[in-house]
Ligand binder design. Structure first.
Ligand code: PMP
Length: 398
C-alpha cells in the first residue's frame, strides 16, 4: 500500500534485539546483549552529578548547541587528552550515543553504491546502518589480533573492489570477537588509509575496560606517527559502557571539515542531544567520578570474564573454542560440534541465552560461532549458565 524507500521495502531488524523477547522469561540467564552490569552503575555519583546539573535548571531544560554543551565538550577534550589523543573542541561533536556518530558520518560521506569496508565479524548495527544507507559492504576478516591488515592490503591492491570511502573497525576489545588490534597492524592500517585515501572509523567504546596486558594506543593517538593519517581518521567515543548507556552520550572526533558537516546532519536528526543528560555527564566527569569508579567496574568484569572462561574450560571440555579477551565485554566462541543456531534453540529451552555468530556476518556467515557477554549476569549465574549450556549441547548434538 505504501511506497517505501528501497532499503525499507523489506528491512530486517537487529538480530540481537530479536532475542530480547526472551529476557523477560523468569529464570533466564543471558549472555546475549552487550549490557553493562546494572548493579555497577555509580548511582550515588550520578545522583550527585544530577544535583549539580540541576543547579542550573534552565540550561538543562532549554535546547542546547547541536555540537554539544560547552561544559561537556571541555570535559571530553580533557578526557581525550588523558587518553593520549588530544583533540580540539572544533573537531568534536557530542552525539546521542556513538550509534548516532556512525549514522551522521554515513549521511555525510556515504552515498548509495559507495564501497565501505568493515571488519568481519562486526558489530551488527554497523552493518545494518550500512545496508540501510545502500552502501556496498565489503568485508575484511578478523583474527585473534584484530583486522587482518595483510588481507586488507591484498584486497586494496587487487583492483577487485571500487575505491572504498570508509573502513569501520573496533580495534580494542572488539564487539563481537574481543580481539585487540596489535600495534604493528594499527600502524599498517593508518598507512593503508593514507595510501588508498579512505577514512578509518575507529569505534572505541570498550578500550577503558582493560583487565590485563599492556594498553595499546588508539589509532587516533598513533596518527601522530604516520604523516597525514589524522586526515583519514574519525574516532567515536561513548560513555555507555563506562558510565551508563541510558545517558545516551557519545562523541565524534573528526577533521574539522567532516565534524562541521556531521553537526549539520545532526541538526535535522535531533537538533541537539539532551542538554540534561549532557549536563549530568559533564558534572560527573568534572567531579572525577569516572576515574574513581571505573576501577570497580574493571575489577568486576575481570572477575566475571575469568569465571566464564574458567567454567567453559572446566565444564565444556573444549567443545566451544575461544580466546580469553584482555578486556571489554565479550567472549567469542566456536562450537566445535555444530551450528550455534541449533544450539540456541536448546539453550533457550534450558533458559540460557547467547547470540549466534551469524548475526555478526555481512556475508559468508560461520554458523558455528557465538558471542557471549559476561558483564550483566552475576558470577553465580555465569556458572549456572555454562552448566545449562553444557546440557543444551548434549541435547543438541548427541
Ligand atoms: N559501537 C559498538 C562497537 C558497540 O558495541 C555499541 C553498543 N553495543 C555501540 C557502538 C553503541 O554505543 P552507544 O550506546 O554509544 O550508541
Amino acid at each position: 500500500m505504501y511506497s517505501f524507500t528501497a532499503p525499507f521495502v523489506n528491512p530486517t531488524g537487529s538480530p540481537i534485539r530479536e532475542l530480547f523477547k526472551y529476557l523477560g522469561e523468569p529464570g533466564m540467564i543471558s549472555f546475549a546483549g552487550g549490557y553493562p552490569a546494572a548493579d555497577l552503575f555509580d548511582v550515588e555519583g550520578l545522583q550527585c552529578a544530577t544535583e549539580r546539573a540541576w543547579s542550573a535548571p534552565t540550561k538543562c531544560l532549554q535546547y542546547g548547541p547541536t555540537d554539544g554543551v560547552p561544559e561537556l565538550k571541555e570535559e571530553i577534550v580533557a578526557l581525550m587528552r588523558r587518553r593520549g589523543a588530544a583533540c580540539s573542541s572544533a573537531e568534536l561533536v557530542v552525539t546521542t550515543g556513538s550509534q548516532q556518530s556512525f549514522d551522521l558520518l554515513l549521511r555525510v560521506l556515504v552515498a548509495p553504491g559507495d564501497t565501505v569496508l568493515t571488519e568481519q565479524p562486526a558489530y551488527p548495527a554497523t552493518v545494518q546502518a550500512l545496508l540501510l544507507q545502500q552502501a556496498d559492504v565489503v568485508t575484511v576478516p578478523v583474527d585473534a589480533h584484530g583486522i587482518d591488515t595483510d588481507r586488507l592490503a591484498a584486497l586494496l591492491n587487487s583492483g577487485t573492489v571500487r575505491a572504498p570511502k570508509l573502513l569501520y573497525t573496533v580495534p580494542t576489545f572488539a564487539n563481537p570477537t574481543g580481539a585487540t588490534l596489535t600495534l604493528a597492524r594499527r600502524l599498517a592500517l593508518l598507512e593503508l588509509a593514507v595510501k588508498h585515501r579512505f577514512v578509518i572509523v575507529e569505534d572505541e567504546p570498550y578500550a577503558e575496560l582493560r583487565f590485563c596486558g599492556e594498553a595499546v594506543p588508539s589509532l587516533l593517538a598513533l596518527s601522530e606517527q604516520v604523516p597525514t593519517s589524522r586526515n583519514w581518521l574519525v574516532y567515536f567515543g561513548s560513555l555507555s559502557k563506562v558510565i551508563a548507556p541510558g545517558l545516551r552520550v557519545g562523541w565524534t572526533v573528526a577533521p574539522i571539515e567532516i565534524a562541521r558537516r556531521c553537526t549539520v546532519a545532526k541538526q535535522t536528526v535531533d537538533l541537539c542531544s539532551s542538554p540534561f543528560t549532557q549536563a549530568i555527564a559533564a558534572a560527573y566527569l568534572a567531579q572525577g567520578s569516572l576515574d574513581s569508579h571505573l576501577p570497580r567496574i574493571v575489577a568486576a568484569y575481570r572477575d566475571k570474564c575469568e569465571t566464564l572462561c574458567d567454567e567453559m574450560d572446566r565444564i565444556l571440555d573444549g567443545a566451544i573454542e575461544f580466546h580469553r579477551p584482555q578486556g571489554g565485554m565479550f567472549v567469542w566462541g566456536r562450537c566445535k560440534t555444530g551450528s550455534s543456531s541449533t544450539l540456541l534453540t536448546q539453550a533457550i529451552a534450558q533458559k540460557v541465552l547467547f547470540v549466534p555468530g551469524r548475526a555478526f556476518y555481512a556475508d559468508d556467515a560461520d554458523d558455528s560461532t557465538m558471542r557471549m557477554s559476561f558483564t550483566a549476569p552475576t558470577t553465580a549465574d555465569i556458572k549456572e549458565g555454562v552448566q545449562r549450556l553444557s546440557t543444551a549441547m548434549e541435547r543438541s548434538f548427541s
